[in-house]
Design a protein around this ligand. Sequence first.
Ligand code: SF4
Length: 199
Amino acid sequence: MTAPNGQESRRSTTTQATLVHRARARFAYKPADVSPHRRVQRPYAMRLWAVRHARFLEWFYSRFANFFLKLHPLWNAIGYSRAEKPVTFIERQVKGLIFDCRMCGQCILSSTGMSCPMNCPKQLRNGPCGGVRANGNCEVEPDMPCVWVKAWEGAQRMRRGDAILAVQKPVDQSLRETSAWLRVTALAAAERAKIPADQ
Ligand code: SF4
C-alpha cells in the first residue's frame, strides 16, 4: 500500500545500517583531537634528552648508586625510615625534572633506556601495547612519543641495554611515593652483608 503523502516509502528506506551510519557520524572517535584521559601534559624535551643521553646517565647512575651505598652507615645512623621523607623529596625533584618520574618507588630506568614506563598512559612495564601510531607516538596521547619506542632507542645506546628484554614484575602499589634510591641502597647493603633485606 502506498501512502498518499509518500511517508510510507520514506520510512521503508530508513534501515538499521542507516541508523548506525548516522550515529557513527555523530560519535566518531577522533584520536588525533585530545587525550581522553586529559592528563596534565608536560613538555617532553627533558625526557627525550634523557633517552638521547642514556649511555651517559647509565654511567652516572652506577657511580651515584655506589656513592649512595657508601653512605649506608649514615642512613643507618639516621634511620632509613627517617631519611625517607627528605630523600624522597629530592628524588622527586631531580627525577621529575629529568625523567618525568611518577615516583612508583621501584625504578627500572636502567632497564628501559632511561625512558620512564610510568609515563605510558596504560602504565605498561613490559613493552608497548598494540596501538603505537605509525609515527611512533602514543595512541592515547597523540602528541607524546610512545615511551616504549623511546625506551628501545635508549636501550640501544646503553652498555647493558639488553636489560630491556628482562620481564618486569607488576607494580607494587604499596611502594608508590617512596624512595627507590633508598630501597635499592638498603637492598644492596643487605646483599653485601649477606643478610636478608627484611631483617
Ligand atoms: S620507573 Fe618509577 S621511580 Fe623510575 S622514573 Fe619511572 S616512576 Fe620514577
